[in-house]
Ligand binder design. Sequence first.
Ligand code: ADP
Ligand code: GLC
Length: 470
Amino acid sequence: MEVVHISAECYPVAKAGGLGDVVGALPKYQQKAGITSKVVMPMYRTPFLYASNWVVDFKANAFMGAWEFEYTIIKEANNKLGFDLYLVDIHGLLDRQKIYGYSDDAERFTAFQIAVVHWMSHWSHKPTAVHCHDYHAGLIPFMMQHCYDYQNLKDVPTLLTIHNAQYQGWMPWAQSMLIPRWDLSKKGLLDWGGSINPLAAAIKCASKVTTVSPSYMKELMHHANGLETLIAAEKNKCVGILNGIDHEVWNPATDSYLTEHFSPKSVTAGKQKNKENICAQFGLDPTKPLFVFIGRLVGEKAADVLPGALHKAIQTYGTKASYMILGSGEPAVETAISNLAHANDHIVKVSLGYNESLSHGLYAAADFLLMPSRVEPCGLNQLYAMRYGTVPMVRSTGGLQDTVVDMGDEGGYGIRFTHASETDIVDSIGRAIEIFDNKKHLLWMRERMMQINHGWEQTVQSYTRVYDSI
Ligand code: ADP
Ligand code: GLC
């Protein structure tokens, strides 16, 4: 079996969030299970590019509208990641420092997809399946089936994984000429609500669709940022498969970002040493419970509620706890959080930006991880937190609901709440402070969480069943 993953992100090559983690890990564990798994992604100017050796695999010209462009497929030479990694170099378009956030992202990802399909149409063999991740690869199933130049790929099965349906890659119809000569009678497959919608097109054209947790699959029928009726109509080809975590990368006993390693047996002392390091670095009191938030500061993550909620928590619980936020996103949220930190210097700290190393340090140091997400298709933070003995505090939604059992329920080890509201967050912080003082129960919860197996092995099997079915 040979699977080709197409994605905008793949850790450690380029990562903006959980998509990168998943595409860095799933293929690695598929390889271990005997599946030939490849990743194809854009060539950005990231540190990984310069720290690795590359060989040119293919070079050709393709068209995007009237623009003829040259693309080069380079392959990582030393099997560093445990699977074949291919980067698509389109000079001037993809080779930039950031993954997203440019005004020409629609052209960038369309050109990327054209190059991938053009290249695959020149292969001497056909892969078992083409596995597309999110909207950045959403036009691929359509192009394989309905672009005249790629008809030799027409029968190759395709799978779409929706990591997040909030982002759909909408393009005005004026941009339809970017897509290589296609069967105009199939216009309806590209359209959703009057614009080209790459995610909707993939839902319509892919042989099967997966999302990253069973609960999110159900939620999408009712909340899918405008795609509800489409998902409901296609429900027979949709399935929710919970993500795994790469336990080789995320292991507190070996994590290369940590100086103080620990296992379930040494969790109390190990976490305390990590907390002392972080607290010394940021000027916090290591004897208090440490609450952290790590993530994109956007509405989906309910980051806008955090400043008000933490302000109320400080009013309610005073100096009983410390709070640390790592993330970047909406400027208004960044400002509100920075102001809160400024006004409560020894209680709240913030680090704006993306910092892989600090994120590992925080999972290890924190007592509690806050995730009040409004939308959370799977969520990896809570899984990493658990692996590092950090109690997850999550809103009951999507993958959070599928992975965290409230400590009030039998065998429970986390804190769950219903609303992304200041009141629910403050009340949950109160429950957390109580459990922090009950050292025996806290230790039981930490040991319990750390031993839950969220490894990729079972997820790989679920995906294999999907490939088999198509
Ligand atoms: P999403 O993909 O929606 O952002 P996930 O929970 O699936 O959410 O994954 C987020 C990933 O990104 C995790 O690996 C988390 O540690 C990481 N992450 C998010 N924000 C930051 C940040 N500011 N610095 C470092 N890592 C971050
Ligand atoms: C998306 C989702 C997140 C999920 C990740 C990996 O970014 O927002 O919940 O964990 O993809 O699938």
